[in-house]
Design a protein around this ligand. Sequence first.
Ligand code: CNA
Length: 356
Amino acid sequence: MHWLDCQQTIPKLEGMSDQASNHTMASMEPEIQSIVHRIKSGKAKRIVVLTGAGISTGAGIPDFRSPNTGLYDKLAPLRLPYPEAIFHINYFSHTPEPFYAIARARHPGNLKPTVTHAFLALLAKKNLLHFLFTRNIDGLEQDAGVPTEKVLWAHGNWKSQHCYKCKSPYPDDLMNKAIRTGEVPYCLETGCRGAVKPNVVFFGQALPAEFDEKEKEVLEADLMIVMGTSLRVAPCSRLPGLVKKGIPRVLINNEKAGDLGNRDEDVCILGSCDDGVRQLADALGWREDLTDLWNEAVAAKKDDETFEGGTSLDECIEKLVNGMKDKMKVSDGHKRMLENHLNNKFEQMIAKGPAP
Ligand code: CNA
């Protein structure tokens, strides 16, 4: 069993070699060619991919940790005990209002897959995608056409919901209404009154049971691609470390992440995911296929009128801040109580040591 643990972070640039750290898109040509050769020669037929929030920022969903644009920086006006609290099950159990206040701005609703999502679907179409681990909850890889049996949504997704307390399911139409209005939905079971939560894995909750089983797919990889993740949240962050020595690992990300770049065979393509996959597609002679597939995926995603005229994250946060004192009744005393409670929880978690 693995638990989503925001305290179990891996330092950035851990032991990154100077050679790897200096590579940029412009100077990566020989390394990209080695990956292209591996794919074209049939040596890479079982590609395992790990994706994170950075592949969906182009679709309009902010990631967590990018400075200024990431969700955690934007949450500052809410004065949460710590930014991750908004997605921590202990905090949600007391105070679900902040989560619902921003839910509409986080929901993929009418958002379209990016060219990076289309690249994943293209890998699948060419029978090269062995398995995709995503920590994203937006489901855009499925919208792009990646077959569901090839994906593990390690942190769950928005497609269903239940009461956090008694686990009763909750109807989709009422959930959509809650997301649209920003009001917390409560359990319909008599006497329960637990807040309803989408089936997204919060900090402090267990990952899907299949994670242990699917983790083994990484051992089968003859190429790994890691995209759009800071690799700072366990246990997904450890997946690249399971790739067998001698098997290339490709990082496509705005910044360096984890220990990618430490091994001789690693390739780090620093820059946007969309630029990185276009560059790979060009080098593979796949650009036309990629563009066609992307256009089809964008056209196929039907608009959901529930989310028309979506409210921006900044607007949602401003609204919550304005109504906070009256509506949420979060007094300074209540806030201090929560802080103490959560600090105690974290001390206990840290004392217990890292997740297995
Ligand atoms: P993170 O910690 O916010 O890291 C994102 C990484 O992507 C950072 O290294 C950024 O520099 C990088 N990045 C951002 N935009 C781009 C871009 N366009 N091109 C290249 N790199 C980019 O997010 P992680 O996924 O590592 O953290 C795991 C969390 C984030 C999981 O619990 C997710 O559920 C959660 N999350 C998911 C979504 C989503 O579903 N779209 C959005 C935000 C957060």
